[in-house]
Design a protein around this ligand. Structure first.
Ligand code: NAD
Ligand code: TYD
Length: 351
């Protein structure tokens, strides 16, 4: 079962952790990593496994229909784990159409190719779509997102992911394509591109630059260690029920300002600065447009049905993450050169 697996977006943050886990844990599977290597994709993330016999990288775009058709004809995939996406809310506010193209059209192209090449003979086949809790919208002070929560996306990013989720379920209901979706909360960990809150803050604290906190820092996110997300994807891919959605989260809510203060304390310790030094870099900046107040996932279904639970406490995971960034300066230098500088000045100079 699932012998040849296409993983899309495998050179990105979460995708690289998923590719590594599958290559290492399933030597009898053939793993094909398809990635367009946009600004967010980086093959350095996978240098430790690049020569493994069960791993192959293919550069290409999921929106390119004829290329995707050829890829399916060549490799005869048994399973697809689809992570490729434009993933950053702030970029989606600047350029929504890029998100519609990759996240909606790209997903539809992959669904169509799966249907075409599996030719309605779905034995042993699975299309696994990796999505986000942001499709559920924004919570008030109380309550959690469950699998029954109605979709209510508020940003161009979350609207594009919600749309892609709907297409996955439409293919399941209309064509009986065997499909599963998971919706996960905010991830953190190694290889995270430093335009997202945690790696951006680590990078700026290290370089004594202002740490931008949107609004009053009151927004709440539910943080999960990226390797725990990869383990959840492994569990759901192998044991999940077709046609179902699974929420993934860490039961780990933090106000942005509290998180940044904790990060500053860890950075002071690791950089041997006097306590309180890094926190002086915190700078409140103009809020994000349409900024969702709170996300919180109820992952009970995944826990009760498939036995998954997070492995790390947040403080421990955050400390491990800081250590990784401090030990991998070269990675950070590579990804923050060039186009990153342009994005950073567009996003923050005006604030
Ligand atoms: P990322 O931006 O780090 O990586 C995305 C990858 O997709 C990159 O390697 C990029 O090169 C590739 N890609 C982009 N457009 C492509 C295209 N047209 N064709 C082929 N490849 C393309 O994103 P991430 O944070 O690793 O997120 C991965 C997936 O998980 C996304 O679908 C995202 O919506 C979802 N997700 C992310 C989080 C999070 O906290 N980061 C949480 C829940 C769900
Ligand atoms: P982000 O990492 O962009 O993830 P998402 O928007 O998908 O949740 O942002 C996490 C939270 O941090 C979110 O509430 C926005 C906030 N934030 C800042 O306060 N400053 C920043 O520079 C960034 C990038 C995000």
């Amino acid at each position: 079962m699932h012998n040849t697996i296409l993983i899309t977006g495998g050179a990105g943050f979460i995708g690289s952790h998923v590719v590594r886990l599958f290559v290492k844990n399933y030597p009898h599977y053939q793993i094909i990593n398809l990635d367009a290597l946009t600004y967010a994709g980086n093959l350095e993330n996978l240098k430790d496994i690049k020569d493994q016999p069960n791993y192959k990288f293919v550069k290409g775009d999921i929106t390119d229909e004829s290329f995707i058709d050829e890829l399916f004809a060549t490799y005869k995939f048994d399973g697809v784990i689809h992570l490729a996406a434009e993933s950053h809310v702030d970029r989606s506010i600047m350029d929504p159409l890029a998100f519609i193209k990759t996240n909606v059209m790209g997903t539809a192209v992959l669904l169509n190719a799966s249907r075409k090449y599996w030719k309605d003979n779905y034995e042993g086949k699975l299309f696994y779509h990796v999505s986000t809790d942001e499709v559920y919208g924004s919570l008030g002070e109380e309550g959690f997102f469950t699998e029954q929560t109605a979709y209510d996306p508020r940003s161009p990013y979350s609207a594009s992911k919600a749309s892609s989720d709907h297409f996955v379920m439409a293919y399941y209901h209309t064509y009986h394509l065997p499909a599963i979706i998971s919706n996960c909360s905010n991830n953190y960990g190694s290889n995270h591109f430093p335009e997202k809150l945690i790696p951006l803050a680590i990078h700026n604290i290290k370089n004594n630059k202002p740490v931008p906190v949107y609004g009053k820092g009151e927004n709440v996110r539910d943080w999960l260690f990226v390797e725990d997300h990869a383990r959840a994807i492994d569990t759901i891919f192998h044991k999940g029920r077709v046609g179902e959605t699974y929420n993934i989260g860490g039961f780990n809510e933090w106000k942005n300002i509290d998180l940044i203060n904790l990060l500053c304390m860890i950075m002071d310790k690791k950089l041997q600065r006097a306590p309180g030094t890094s926190a002086q870099l915190i700078t409140f900046v103009k809020d994000r447009a349409g900024h969702d107040l709170r996300y919180a996932i109820d992952a009970t279904k995944l826990n009760k049905e498939l036995g998954w639970e997070p492995s790390l406490q947040f403080e421990e995971g955050l400390e491990k993450t800081v250590e990784w960034y401090l030990a991998n300066e070269e990675w950070l230098e590579h990804v923050t050169s060039g186009a990153y500088q342009d994005y950073y000045s567009d996003q923050y100079q005006k604030r």
